[in-house]
Write a protein that binds this ligand. Sequence first.
Ligand SMILES: NC(=O)C1=CN([C@@H]2O[C@H](COP(=O)(O)OP(=O)(O)OC[C@H]3O[C@@H](n4cnc5c(N)ncnc54)[C@H](OP(=O)(O)O)[C@@H]3O)[C@@H](O)[C@H]2O)[C@H](O)CC1
Ligand SMILES: [K+]
Length: 520
Amino acid sequence: MKIFSAAQVREADAYTIEHLPITSLQLMEKAAIQCTQWLETRYSQGYSFHIFCGAGNNGGDGLAITRLLRQLGYEATAYLLQYTDQFSTDNRANQAALHSQETAAIITLQPGDKFPALPEHAILVDAIFGTGMSRPLLGFLAETVQQLNALKDRYTIVSIDLPSGMLADESTKDLLSVQAHHTLSFEVYKLAFLLPENASRTGEVHILPIGLHKDYITQTPTRYELADTALIQSIYKPRQPFSHKGTYGHVLLIAGSYGKLGAAVLSAQACLHAGVGLLTVYVPEAGYNIIQLAAPAAMCLVDDNPQQSVQFHEAVTADGAGKYKTIAIGPGLGTSGDTARAFKKLLQRYRSPMVIDADALNILAAEKQLLDLVPPHSLLTPHPKEFERLFGPSANDVERLEKLAAAARERQLYILLKGRYTAIAGPDGAVYFNATGNAGMATGGSGDVLTGILAGILAQGYAPKDAMVLGAWLHGLAGDLGAAASSQEALLASDMVQYIGKAYQEIAGYATLQHPSKNL
Ligand SMILES: NC(=O)C1=CN([C@@H]2O[C@H](COP(=O)(O)OP(=O)(O)OC[C@H]3O[C@@H](n4cnc5c(N)ncnc54)[C@H](OP(=O)(O)O)[C@@H]3O)[C@@H](O)[C@H]2O)[C@H](O)CC1
Ligand SMILES: [K+]
């Protein structure tokens, strides 16, 4: 699903009006019908609706919603904020339509007016600004938004299109905006909804279709995209009936140190469940029995050092060629000087894309010139702190995304920035967001599972970008299935491993299941 900027949303609006037999007022009506239906299904009897309207088309939506709710028999009042007398044409038309239906349905709010008294079961609808928001809220507008926010613990606040004050595709971190419980937005996600800094302002986001022209949506390139089931199914390749373990690649996983061998176990198990053909796990001596018992399907190579691996570069021939389709390095590895030196030698020898995570990222961050040695098209999987250590601090989430895209482009890498909506950037500068996953996955070992999954998928022959997008989705879906079976609180990284199979099943769909019983 593409993520359009505010300017592109306006273009989509104009394109639709030009190419379909629909006027802008009719499009507004469609948007208002969708919002009204959503409100009605959710709140029905006993509630009254209080709709705060601006002077533009977002306010026009609010006025139309008020009219439609009243037609359905609900108590609904529009509060028209008098900060300007420059109303948009469709806003005026909806003022007139509501006024002709019921003169008392519109109350104007002037600077200095008392904030309206609200009954017990009131729903507050914020239709002050949407995608036209262009500058900080000041004076009367700021006061009104502050008054709305002060009521957020007593009443439900529903924002139309965007919480007023929030910019669709720039940071609003330090600016005032409505803090909504729900945001009803039209047709497409906005970048703002995917930013951690906006989590307490958008509440739950609901995307409502309003019939924007499909041609504009399919033909317009965007910088950002939210992965969806259609994209995942287009990436996923079912296994071939005439294949063998060599078909699905051999991964060398370099992970674990004394006290952190669990990281190696989780990565190894995830890599195996992700479908790799062969897996060799490289651990310090202390890890030998652990790996052989916890991951019997994997082979094990052992470092001479009992506690931390320091010679793993020797597992790869001096010219880098050899049996490993890909290498994953980092989970629980440790960052001692000897380990860092071995990592440098490995980077000098092995020139195919690697998956680099955790302590391997910390080694890169401590010795930044090593970044120049990372094989092109490698997959880096930092969390925000690791990202900051590698590529520097960012003033806000939008700046961090720009840094992410720039680093991926300049260094020809695939970088996966972990978060609620994990962001994946590649050398072409495009950014994909992943929507699967839940807060239960914020737990130790979750990242190790992701590393294993990514390596396992990459080794099977997926292109790096596809491996990243599919791997992030699979990891999140396994976490969602695991949490559904128990709870987010109880979810462990090992549960994510156990649910990789079910997650694949969901992606493949039953139609593609290769099993003779399907014809019985
Ligand atoms: N996307 C669609 O296809 C549809 C969208 N709809 C709704 O329309 C709004 C966008 O409406 P628009 O009129 O473009 O913008 P707003 O209502 O958000 O804002 C109106 C004007 O307010 C001015 N502005 C901006 N920021 C401030 C501020 N801080 N203080 C005061 N005034 C401000 C600005 O005008 P300027 O010329 O002064 O810059 C805005 O233009 C969209 O969000 C949907 O809700 C349709 O109803 C359906 C189709
Ligand atoms: K709004």
